[in-house]
Write a protein that binds this ligand. Structure first.
Ligand SMILES: Nc1nc2c(ncn2[C@@H]2O[C@H](COP(=O)(O)OP(=O)(O)OP(=O)(O)O)[C@@H](O)[C@H]2O)c(=O)[nH]1
Ligand SMILES: [Mg+2]
Length: 390
């Protein structure tokens, strides 16, 4: 018997299931803890009259986790590809309940909270998050995670994606199983926790959050502080071209333009004029800023056309601007650069091709030519990315 009330329930995968809850537990070498986790989840559901099952997604554990989980009453599925996300994806595929409650196999979370998660889903939430932040028991979380890693990653996630979730990496959460196709989760590692919250935000799911306790772990941690922290951060960055490219690109381009303008106009700052070295710095900043902006636009286009991202800002931009606008803008910038260069050469010839000391202006003219070409060709690349769009 792998589930409660299995007797009258149809086989796995059937739509006629009447199971309300599937508790899905990812498990990698947790033989010290898994029995207590499975039993407590089954017991609380039985006590509260919740028709439920426990699915243990075993990540090919090398210890006795799988057989212990099975003996304790869980339905065990094996996922050979390692990773927290891989384990969950396999567990979700096997789950049959209307709701899914997620929790680690390490006794850090209290499965007695299951009814509260169910009540929130019954009230209309589509994703319910636990919030550990005010109830972390002594020894439950290393200080580096509690005071640096978690606030930094949750802060970055909320700055980028405005989810408003306080504890975005909490491992105890619950969701309606029918929102899984909309979430379309894909990541295989610990960043799965971030992916779910971000996707829920993008899909405008009804999300609620309530405080839960976080207890010290049994057995050994599978979390690698820097590797897993970086996987989270990398995920946040590559899913937000606005913060990865557009903002830094904009700052670099504006700064470069300012620095170049100040040195060309010979404006005194700090009691001295900025000379050729400053112009070169400004010029390089302008070029790299333009490049980063162009990469950002291409990343937005890729997300919109190939990854089904709903990107209101990019949609407004592409409704307003066409390829020809980019070509005209690039051509204009290039033309201004060429004109300035022609004036420098013309004046020099008119003065009898003698001394030439228009370095700052020459750097500026060259910069405009380069930037103009960047805009021109990037516009074509953007257009190419949109060729196969539906
Ligand atoms: N890290 C990790 N966890 C896995 C993997 N496969 C399954 N798991 C399970 O996923 C859950 C989360 O892993 P934990 O080691 O508890 O990570 P954590 O909760 O972020 O950190 P702790 O504070 O140490 O509990 C546990 O139940 C693991 O057994 C895997 O490949 N990597
Ligand atoms: Mg854990």
């Amino acid at each position: 018997m792998s589930t409660l009330e299995r007797v009258d329930t149809p086989p796995a995968g059937s739509d006629d299931d009447h199971l309300v809850v599937s508790v899905v537990i990812p498990c990698l070498n947790e033989e010290e803890n898994i029995e207590a986790c499975v039993r407590s989840a089954l017991e609380v559901m039985e006590r509260e009259g919740i028709r439920g099952e426990v699915v243990v997604a075993d990540n090919n554990s090398e210890d006795r986790s799988a057989e212990i989980a099975r003996a304790a009453g869980a339905h065990v599925v094996t996922e050979t590809r390692r990773g927290y996300g891989s384990a969950y994806l396999a567990g979700f595929a096997a789950a049959r309940g209307k709701y899914i409650v997620m929790g680690d196999a390490d006794l850090t979370y209290d499965f007695a909270e299951i009814p509260k998660f169910v009540a929130e889903l019954d009230k209309g939430s589509e994703l319910v998050m636990g919030d550990r932040m005010d109830n972390i028991q002594p020894g439950a979380m290393p200080w580096l995670h509690q005071y640096v890693g978690n606030p930094l990653l949750s802060g970055t996630l909320n700055f980028f994606f405005k989810t408003g979730i306080r504890d975005a990496h909490c491992g105890m959460r619950a969701l309606r199983r029918d929102v899984l196709p909309r979430l379309d989760l894909r990541t295989t590692g610990m960043e799965f926790a971030s992916e779910m919250v971000i996707r829920a935000g993008k899909e405008d799911l009804k999300v609620s959050e309530f405080p839960i306790d976080y207890h010290p772990r049994g057995g050994t941690s599978k979390l690698s502080t820097f590797r897993d922290g970086w996987r989270h951060l990398r995920f946040l960055l590559v899913h937000s071209p606005t913060h990865l490219f557009m903002l830094p690109g904009f700052v670099l381009a504006v700064l470069g333009t300012l620095v170049t303008a100040i040195s060309i106009a010979q404006i005194d700052i700090f009691g001295r004029q900025w000379e050729i070295h400053t112009t070169i710095t400004g010029s390089l900043l302008m070029i790299v800023g333009t490049q980063v902006l162009a990469l950002g636009l291409c990343a937005h286009a890729y997300g919109t056309y190939f990854m089904g991202e709903k990107d209101a800002w990019f949609d407004r931009m592409r409704a307003r601007f066409r390829l020809e606008h980019g070509l005209v803008l690039g051509g204009l910038i290039l033309l201004i650069g060429v004109t300035i260069a022609a004036i420098i050469v013309g004046t020099w010839i008119a003065n009898g091709t003698g001394e030439l000391s228009e370095e700052r202006l020459a750097v500026f003219a060259t910069t405009l030519v380069v930037v103009g070409m960047q805009v021109f060709f990037s516009s074509f690349l953007l257009s190419i990315l949109g060729l196969r769009r539906r």
